[in-house]
Ligand binder design. Structure first.
Ligand code: FMN
Length: 175
């Protein structure tokens, strides 16, 4: 699939078929996350793959009670290790969030290219998810996503609800 078609038609999917995906497809999607760029090539990410339905459902209260989070065959939790290192920017420890987000976006786009739906879940309780999945203190949860084939045939329709280029781009100085 053409790269620009992938990014135009990646949409948040919140209804899934029960059908599981072949293992090699899941591997390709995870590999897209693996090869992402990161500051100083630190690769501070780690992905937890959850297939146990009971576990998914029990996690709903720490995922904003968004029921679709437990409806796909796979739930992916993206974690990041605190860097304790300021690369010279103002972000300090928070630069981990940038790295993991880049990797996670690779994952969502690769999923789209495979015909799989994702929905970036940012509304979750970090401490709650950490406790539930036995995530160490110096590791944070950055995002979650269900992963599965969309239930609706129009799930990958292009999102036209975006600001125009004129609204987001200026030249030579901030305007
Ligand atoms: C950082 C981030 C956090 C998000 N958190 C949630 C969430 O908790 N629940 C949800 O249903 N969608 C969530 N979304 C999805 C956005 O609502 C969605 O990407 C946006 O409305 C644009 O729609 P589209 O993804 O279909 O193009 C999140 C997206 C991002 C990037």
């Amino acid at each position: 699939m053409d790269f620009y078609e992938v990014i135009r038609t990646r949409r948040s999917v919140r209804k899934f078929k029960a059908d599981d995906m072949p293992e090699e497809v899941l591997k390709r999607v995870l590999d897209a996350a693996r090869i992402a760029q990161s500051g100083s090539n630190r690769q501070p990410w780690r992905y937890i793959i959850i297939r146990d339905k009971a576990r998914m459902k029990e996690m709903l209260p720490v995922c904003g009670d968004q029921s679709f989070v437990a409806e796909a065959p796979v739930l992916i939790v993206a974690c990041g290790t605190n860097l304790n290192f300021n690369r010279g920017g103002y972000m300090g420890d928070f630069s981990m969030l940038v790295d993991v987000s880049i990797s996670f976006d690779h994952l969502t786009l690769a999923a789209r290219a495979e015909g799989l739906g994702t929905c970036w879940i940012g509304s979750f309780n970090n401490d709650g998810v950490k406790k539930y999945l036995e995530i160490p203190n110096d590791v944070q949860v950055v995002a979650l996503t269900p992963l599965g084939y969309p239930a609706d045939s129009g799930a990958f329709s292009e999102n036209t609800n975006r600001k125009s280029l004129e609204e987001i781009v200026c030249y030579e100085k901030y305007e």
